[in-house]
Design a protein around this ligand. Structure first.
Ligand SMILES: *Cc1c(COP(=O)(O)O)cnc(C)c1O
Length: 401
């Protein structure tokens, strides 16, 4: 593509009409991206919490290259060493013990579809068909996962959705009332609601969900597509409050940019699937599996989770002082910067103009999800650009400082 006009025309004409794409990127290295005009950007969104080692990291490049040159795909009729290695590592990192099992798929939505089928396998013999989700939840765009994503703009055009899906307010009272009604097969929860604007759960919410699910013989399923794979400073966010789920889904950061998602089960939930009930042609292929195993292995051997925690604290403390910032949320390097006014889209646009990539999952929230490898240099660059973007928007909005 020789000019920005040309790619914009091609994008509008050829790509499905699903939203504007303000830049065309051609290259990445570390925490930086370059567009077609040679402009450099600091990437603090990480492809929506995916590029946990940044761009073109040697571990990623080497894993993709070596495995692609060795064995890329054998189908779900067979297995491979990378698939076995990844499953064993995921069980260990999730702390399932012997009884855990792993199903590998290709995306977060597919991982959650697998979890929904797990909920049916558990609930159907008990006559329990309700699958609870939370208001503000995002579980994906496939129709099952969409049924657990209670947002009118996403759901309404695709009705009717999955029978039994039910959204409840994010309060302990609503949780107790929903279980008291009976018929609950499972409850699906994000430990931190990323797409809703990095919203944390109320105190003790997860622990209470665990108690109620156990008491009512329902599954507690955690969607850690965004919070898992080390993003919050632990391998999985559920390891902060130390609540043990029956199943957890993951995707986004797990292979640092290679498409892979999956489901990990704990205890008796590990025996629900049986031959013929589920599978995926690409799922668990040796290429994706090896990349994920190498990425997770590198995060472990370099103790990058300590960096995730430390850099997250550093960023939260620094931005709290900035113009129009009212506070911060999240854990580790999944950060929501809340604003005093609903100007987050303008802030994200002003940041992009200055060479900084962040996004606005809600009108008053900027999300940061940078690479686990960031250091002082990236943070200094971020702070300068972010403060400028905030100041520029504060000025145009004439918001009193
Ligand atoms: C991104 C996301 C999904 C969907 O993942 P895809 O890979 O886009 O299908 C599901 N759940 C959560 C919590 C997510 O953040």
């Amino acid at each position: 593509m020789s000019s920005s006009i040309e790619w914009k025309v091609a994008a509008e004409r050829d790509l499905m009409n699903l939203g504007s794409r303000p830049r065309l990127f051609v290259r990445g290295e570390g925490s930086h991206l370059w567009d077609d005009e040679g402009t450099r950007y600091l990437d603090f969104l990480g492809g929506i919490a995916v590029n946990c080692l940044g761009h073109a990291h040697p571990v990623f490049v080497e894993a993709v290259s070596r495995q692609a040159a060795t064995l890329a795909h054998v189908s779900n009729l067979y297995t491979s060493e990378p698939q076995l290695a990844l499953a064993a590592r995921l069980k260990r990192l999730a702390g399932t013990g012997e009884q855990g099992r792993v199903f590998l798929a290709n995306s977060g939505s597919e991982a959650n579809e697998s979890a929904i089928k797990l909920a049916r396998l558990h609930g159907n013999p008990r006559g329990a068909q309700t699958i609870l989700c939370l208001e503000g939840a995002f579980h994906g765009r496939t129709t099952g996962a969409l049924s657990l994503t209670p947002k009118a703009a996403y759901q309404d055009p695709f009705a009717p959705l999955l029978p039994g899906a039910k959204a409840i307010p994010v309060t302990i009272e609503a949780l107790e009332a929903a279980f008291a009604e009976g018929g609950v097969a499972a409850i699906v929860i994000e430990p931190i609601q990323g797409e809703a604007g990095v919203r944390e759960l109320p105190e003790r919410f997860l622990a209470r969900a665990r108690e109620l699910a156990t008491a009512h013989d329902a599954l507690l399923i955690l969607d850690e597509v965004q919070t898992g794979s080390g993003r919050t400073g632990r391998w999985f966010a559920f390891q902060h409050p130390d609540v043990v789920p029956d199943a957890v889904t993951f995707a986004k950061g797990v292979a640092a940019g290679f498409p892979l998602g999956g489901l990990i089960t704990f205890g008796a939930a590990s025996e629900l699937f049986s031959p013929g009930t589920h599978n995926s042609t690409f799922g668990g292929n040796p290429l994706a599996s090896h990349v994920a195993d190498a990425v997770l292995g590198f995060i472990e051997s370099e103790d990058l989770l300590a960096n995730v925690t430390a850099r997250g604290d550093q960023l939260r403390a620094a931005v709290a002082e900035y113009p129009i910032v009212s506070g911060t949320r999240g854990a580790g390097l999944l950060i929501g910067v809340t604003l005093e006014e609903p100007v987050a889209p303008q802030v994200a646009a002003a940041a992009l103009e200055r060479g900084l990539i962040v996004n606005a999952p809600a009108a008053d929230v900027i999300r940061l999800a940078p690479a686990y490898t960031i250091g002082d240099a990236e943070i200094d660059e971020f702070l300068n650009l972010f403060r400028e973007a905030l100041a520029a928007v504060a000025q145009t909005q004439e918001i009193p400082a």
